[in-house]
Ligand binder design. Sequence first.
Ligand SMILES: Cc1cc2nc3c(=O)[nH]c(=O)nc-3n(C[C@H](O)[C@H](O)[C@H](O)COP(=O)(O)OP(=O)(O)OC[C@H]3O[C@@H](n4cnc5c(N)ncnc54)[C@H](O)[C@@H]3O)c2cc1C
Length: 431
Amino acid sequence: MAVETVDTLVIGAGQAGVAMSEHLGKAGVPHLVLERGRIAERWRAWRWDSLVANGPAWHDRFPNLEHAGDPEAFPGKESVADYFVAYAEKFKAPIRCGVEVTAVAALQGRPGFRVETKATDAPHGAGGVIEARRVVSATGPFQRPIIPPIVPETAGLLQIHSTGYRNPAQLPDGAVLVVGAGSSGTQIADELLRAGRRVFISVGPHGRPPRAYRGRDYCWWLGVLGKWDITTPPAGAEHVTIAVSGAYGGNTVDFRRLASRGMGLVGRADGFKNGVMTFAPDLAANIAKGDADYLAVLDEADAYIARNGMDLPPEPSARVILADPACVTDPIRALNLKEEGITTIIWATGFALDYSWLKFDVLDRDGKPKHSRGISEVPGLYFVGLPWLSRRGSSFIWGVWHDARFIADQIGIQRSYEGYTPAAPAQAKQA
Ligand SMILES: Cc1cc2nc3c(=O)[nH]c(=O)nc-3n(C[C@H](O)[C@H](O)[C@H](O)COP(=O)(O)OP(=O)(O)OC[C@H]3O[C@@H](n4cnc5c(N)ncnc54)[C@H](O)[C@@H]3O)c2cc1C
């Protein structure tokens, strides 16, 4: 049976795969995108019902298409997914859904890759082998949910990762402990509190930028202050999560305000024994560092406004920090889950990568691809959409579009070398 061939195979049709397809198409590179689910599957299937984009519609988009509706609003997850479907249609992206890539290995004796696939959705896809001259992995920055091995499955309560959370009604009655205070953890905890649940949140090191300051959204400040373009994480901040939210019209995440509404704040979860969960003595320090990060953004914004002679309304109220609540001054170091009525733990503890399908020695000791701006050490193998691929914005909607353009450009350069045939065979001249 004839093997299907293609110049460039893109794996994954999230925002990274869609952007990649647009740029490859514009560069005239024949290509195919394989997606095991639907376009933007993770926006639809891995996010809770009420999730909205963390950035406003004017910002969280590709340059060539605006979101429908109010540009200042934060679009819901289905709307974001629909946006990428519309975008793919606009550029007639050659996307084949319902096909999972199960293995990518080098062809022997000639350049390119043997790609094994299987159908995940029989009516729409087909499995089999494809040979590709190049492969671009666009399989996501957040691939495998991580739950730290702290509480055993036998502990007698529901434990889910934030990717499994949908809405408050899905959970059994009772109090909820949310572990992790990045954007997912804080938004889920807030939703549960508003639904009348008793909620505890375990707060680790975090940044909590202002949602908006002096009339401009944080995404705008990141842009004009050059922060989306930072090429490496600031020293010591590699694992610091960012707590930001577009929910309920967009508000600055403020743990003291959450506490004043009844949420229990605890430090980093660090152990579990005999039904009692323990927490590190780091809550006050984590909150203080979050404040410092917040105030530093205000300082930088003020300096930018002064430097550029801008007329933006002063906002002194943004600098008012509430007094520490009792759970910060007298921290809870242990919670007996049963006595507190906690029936659910939601682990908003992040993700790992999963390249089990990649049959190459191209990962570092942490399982991360070795690459430079997405160009791997294996000729013809590229990555797009990874955190910090080229800059801070790389794993976000607006940033991945620019990285994809760079990679398409690199592929075009290689194709022109490959397509070169000299008018007459080159001969080395003798000196
Ligand atoms: C809760 C949450 C909220 C976020 N909110 C925002 C936001 O508001 N704004 C923003 O800019 N960013 C946001 N992000 C970050 C980022 O934009 C998203 O993670 C986005 O989904 C990444 O897009 P991607 O295309 O790189 O990867 P993904 O969306 O993960 O897409 C990868 C695709 O590859 C497919 N795939 C994987 N393996 C295979 C395989 N072997 N074969 C075939 N297909 C495969 C998957 O099915 C998936 O569709 C958020 C992230 C999370 C976790």
